[in-house]
Design a protein around this ligand. Structure first.
Ligand SMILES: NC(=O)c1ccc[n+]([C@@H]2O[C@H](COP(=O)([O-])OP(=O)(O)OC[C@H]3O[C@@H](n4cnc5c(N)ncnc54)[C@H](OP(=O)(O)O)[C@@H]3O)[C@@H](O)[C@H]2O)c1
Length: 288
């Protein structure tokens, strides 16, 4: 099977390549080879590679930046996803598209979890543009899987774990937001599931894919330091004190029940995935 991956130079792209099954030919593209905002470029690259499936990991992912640059973000996350979906539908090739929990407003009361059929209500420009992408992918009419994930970290990208480890080493104390709850998800846990979805081809639609369990960013930071063996004076804070341009959902835990029913498994507990990531970065450090 030949799979064309967009945004392959990004953080998820790194893990997708790392977890790529042996019988899959990984056709890596990023902005330089395929700008998904350009329909002519999409058509040309599809014609050149004639993939058996497309995996869209390309996105405008600067959540705060989207507030000021919503048209550009929509061009990539919404319209660009639509160009890919149209080209895939025309070629009768399935599309796996990656989306986000930020399509929800995060007002689900604890201990609730969002299911795929729950009403969306993005709070931010990023969430609106990603929702537009989901709608464009579904509207194109081809075989598709929209996989919503959240709080990603992994090798090959800037992420919360790396930020915490760097700040923890240089600051006398750290304040971390304690009023947003989600499921930290390792790209190294997500990527094998995405490959499995492509292989198993469940019915078209939306699927939630995250590591299991949930915590606040503060809880995540505490676990990072504990597992990394670092003593840090960690203090909880509220998100209004951060004063970031984009609002984030307060509680956006995603139920993976539909995924589990479709492919018989789902990513494991987030703490296990964090251990695995810390091991992976140790191995990288040892060889560099
Ligand atoms: N990171 C998270 O916490 C998170 C959470 C939920 C969902 N997601 C979703 O997961 C997917 C992968 O995210 P990620 O964290 O791997 O993001 P990432 O590291 O920012 O990777 C995205 C890649 O897409 C490229 N790109 C941007 N515009 C493009 C265009 N017009 N055409 C082709 N490529 C383009 C980027 O290039 P440049 O770097 O040069 O712009 C980058 O290499 C995205 O759909 C994202 O919305 C991420």
């Amino acid at each position: 099977m030949r799979v064309l991956v967009t945004g392959a130079a990004g953080m998820l792209g790194f893990a997708l390549r790392d977890a790529c099954p042996r019988d899959v030919q990984f056709v890596a593209t990023d902005l330089e080879q395929l700008d998904i905002t350009d329909p002519a470029s999409v058509a040309a690259v599809m014609g050149e590679h004639r993939p058996d499936a497309v995996l869209n990991a390309a996105a405008y992912t600067n959540v705060d930046g989207c507030e000021e640059h919503e048209p550009e973000a929509l061009g990539v996350n919404g319209v660009g996803a639509g160009h890919l979906a149209a080209a895939c539908a025309a070629a009768a090739v399935p599309l796996l598209h990656v989306s986000t929990d930020y399509v929800f407003d995060g007002r689900i009361p604890a201990p609730g979890e969002y299911s795929e059929t729950d009403r969306t209500g993005p709070l931010s420009a990023y969430g609106r543009t990603k929702l537009a992408g989901e709608q464009a992918v579904a509207a194109a009419g081809g075989e598709h899987w929209i996989t919503r994930t959240q709080w990603l970290y992994g090798l090959g990208g800037r992420n919360f774990v790396e930020t915490m480890l760097a700040l923890g080493a240089e600051r006398p104390f750290l304040e971390v937001v304690d009023d947003q709850v989600g499921s930290p998800t390792s790209t190294h846990a997500l990527a094998p599931i995405l490959w499995d979805v492509l292989r198993r081809r469940p019915p078209s639609g939306v699927y939630h894919v995250t590591n299991a369990g949930s915590c606040s960013w503060f809880g995540f930071a505490r676990e990072i330091f504990e597992r990394a063996g670092l003593t840090v004076d960690l203090r909880p804070m509220t998100s209004d004190r951060l004063d970031r341009p984009a609002s984030r959902p307060e509680r956006s835990v995603l139920s993976n029940a539909k995924l589990r029913a479709a492919i018989d498994h789902a990513p494991g507990p987030w703490q296990q995935a964090l251990d695995d990531y810390l091991e992976r970065r140790k191995a990288v450090e040892a060889t560099s």
